[in-house]
Design a protein around this ligand. Structure first.
Ligand code: GZL
Length: 334
């Protein structure tokens, strides 16, 4: 029996040693499952980015800024175009969680409906950065920071310009409004800011307001309806240049002169919009800068390093009249 015991002993020792080695190797594997490849100091940060879509010149410029800045910053960028559908953004964010990226950044196509997926990211220990548009989640711990414009201010500046430039008007000034994507932060906030500003002058009346979904086609289609329904339109306020540019086609097709028969105010200041302003077809543009890439990458590095970042980072922007557009166009970056 003893011999048996003796003969078993070395085997048991070998088995114990093998078990120890195996446990060690599993632990090592277990670490690699937690994405240790992204854990080393000198490893590339991996960012999962969910973009709204490619609906406007602004969006195209924004995507270019994000991609170029990621390359410049040495950040590995996983990029998804949601084609303006919230379900596609939620799917992309879930994929990034599965892939255990180091940070998730996205521009939410609409304000509501994000709490569940943002909580999944938080529970997975992946920090989220909002860029461009905001969410209406009450739980501010679901994201680290929001980098983007003040859309209410953009709407207010647009309305203030109109108040200032309508002083000599006799009788009502009929305004039609092309809203951005229904439920989106820019559409909600720009509408709010503009309405608050024009309340200063009771002559200024919004007689029609409808979404053109931030696209040229949408702007043209809705403006055609406005022109059919309203014989006297004095002002068009479009939530972005692209809908204003689409509306130009409808206005000229109706035999009216844009910039003269109908005053046109837009937001963004992309190159095509600035050209229309310089050509006298638009009358005023409030800028909304899409060049968020460099700031986004700096924030991602800080968040990944566990550094504190401000809850809100507001982009700097200005406004343009026709004369200012002529001066700015030659050096315009987007
Ligand atoms: C604003 C951005 C808006 C632009 C539109 O930050 O979300 O979406 O104003 C774009 O041109 O489609």
């Amino acid at each position: 029996m003893r011999n048996m015991q003796m003969s078993l002993a070395p085997r048991r020792a070998v088995a114990a040693l093998a078990a120890l080695l195996l446990a060690g190797s599993v632990a090592a594997c277990g670490n690699s499952d937690t994405g240790s490849e992204g854990g080393g100091d000198n490893e590339k940060i991996v960012m999962g980015f969910s973009q709204v879509g490619a609906e406007s010149g602004w969006r195209t410029a924004n995507s270019t800024s994000v991609k170029e800045a990621a390359a410049e910053a040495g950040i590995e960028l996983k990029f998804d175009d949601a084609q303006q559908k919230q379900e596609n953004q939620i799917k992309a964010i879930r994929n990034y969680i599965q892939q255990k990226v180091d940070v998730i950044a996205f521009s939410p196509v609409v304000e509501s409906g994000w709490d569940t997926v943002l909580k999944e990211a938080k529970d997975a220990g992946i920090p989220v950065i909002l860029t461009d548009r905001a969410v209406d989640s009450a739980d501010k711990s679901l994201y680290k920071t929001f980098l983007g414009s003040d859309f209410v201010k953009e709407g207010r500046l647009s309305g203030e310009w109109l108040v200032e430039n309508s002083k000599d008007a006799t009788g009502d000034v009929n305004i039609v409004e092309l809203q951005g994507t229904t439920g989106s932060a820019p559409a909600n906030d720009r509408k709010e800011g503009f309405a608050a500003a024009i309340a200063a002058d009771p002559k200024l009346k919004v007689i029609a307001s409808q979404s053109g979904d931030f696209t040229r086609a949408g702007g043209k289609q809705v403006m055609e309806q406005f022109l059919k329904a309203h014989p006297k339109i004095d002002v068009l306020f479009a939530h972005n240049d692209d809908m204003g540019l689409g509306a130009l086609e409808a206005i000229t097709a109706a035999g009216k002169t844009p910039g003269k028969d109908i005053t046109i105010i837009t937001i963004d200041a992309v190159k095509d919009g600035m050209q229309a302003l310089a050509d006298g077809k638009f009358n005023f543009i409030a800028e909304c800068s899409p060049l968020l890439g460099p700031q986004l990458m700096e924030l991602a590095k800080k968040v990944h390093a566990g550094e504190e970042v401000p809850a809100r980072v507001e982009t700097e922007e200005t406004t343009f009249t026709q004369e200012q557009a002529k001066a700015a166009l030659p050096t315009r970056k987007y």
